[in-house]
Design a protein around this ligand. Structure first.
Ligand SMILES: [Zn+2]
Length: 257
């Protein structure tokens, strides 16, 4: 029986730990001392490190942890300098007596990957609750295709993003009145609930694909049920990709308050 634990670090990062008995793997460790302390306190045995992409807030703890625990590191081409195994789309990682399938998810970075073990998806900085990742050294088309790929997974997929951005993302949607399904009341209610959770130090994550299809305009723009069935109201003269691009650009310059 696997369990998943979130460790919050830096300002708004989550490091995800997957546990099977006393064995565990860690995804995107950025804080070696904190992970080491956690492993010692709970007498856990680290067996592998998984990396989603080459940003410092996802990788800065990797080389020290690798040296201390002598464990394999799995990562995409862009983290070659840290990897024991460089993985690519559809590779399967056999760890904790489970199989994690690598999904190539470029867009935030060029070789960004996610790790999927039904019903869980560890998606790094690709999809956030009510939002999606910024584009760094990749393209908006790649991000669109990656979200499209995620949106083809079953609706009960549990999604584990790497950042606590939910309130900021909901504020963007509410401030700009982005309500593609005419369901702003649900979005506002959801914001209240998340605010309450965060005040009580409960993460807003993981989320589910089912929920994102209701609240997340970036996911709704991809080839979703809502889009295909014309339930989404897009501005005139814009197709779903145009609107996705428009939203991503608008979000890049969004300032609160
Ligand atoms: Zn990143």
């Amino acid at each position: 029986m696997l369990k998943i634990i979130a460790i919050r670090t830096l300002i708004d990062n989550y490091i995800w730990l997957v546990l099977s008995g006393n064995n565990c793997l860690v995804i995107d460790p950025n804080n070696e001392p904190l992970i080491t302390k956690f492993l010692r306190f709970y007498k856990l045995h680290l067996v592998a490190i998984l990396i989603t992409h080459n940003h410092d807030d996802h990788t800065s703890g990797v080389s020290t942890l690798k040296n201390i625990y002598q464990v394999p590191v799995y990562g995409p081409k862009e983290t070659n300098y840290l990897n024991s195994y460089t993985i690519k789309n559809n590779n399967v990682i056999d760890v904790l007596q489970c199989k994690f399938t690598v999904l190539s998810l470029p867009g935030h970075t060029k070789y960004h990957v996610g790790y999927y073990h039904y019903p869980w998806l560890f998606c790094g900085d690709t999809l956030f609750s009510a939002g999606c990742g910024r584009i760094f050294n990749s393209s908006i088309e790649s991000m669109f295709n990656s979200l499209n790929k995620i949106n083809k997974l079953p609706s009960n997929t549990i999604i584990f993003p790497s950042h606590e951005y939910t309130i900021k993302n909901l504020d963007f949607i509410i401030t700009n009145n982005i309500t593609l399904l005419n369901n702003m009341f649900i979005i506002k209610y959801y914001r209240k609930m998340i605010k309450h959770m965060l005040l009580n130090k409960v993460p807003s994550l993981p989320t589910s694909l089912y929920l994102e299809r209701i609240i997340n305009p970036f996911i709704q723009c991809t080839n979703s049920f809502y889009y295909r069935n014309k339930l989404i109201k897009l501005p005139k003269n814009m197709n779903n990709f145009d609107y996705f691009k428009f939203l991503r650009n608008k979000k890049d310059v969004f300032k609160q308050g």
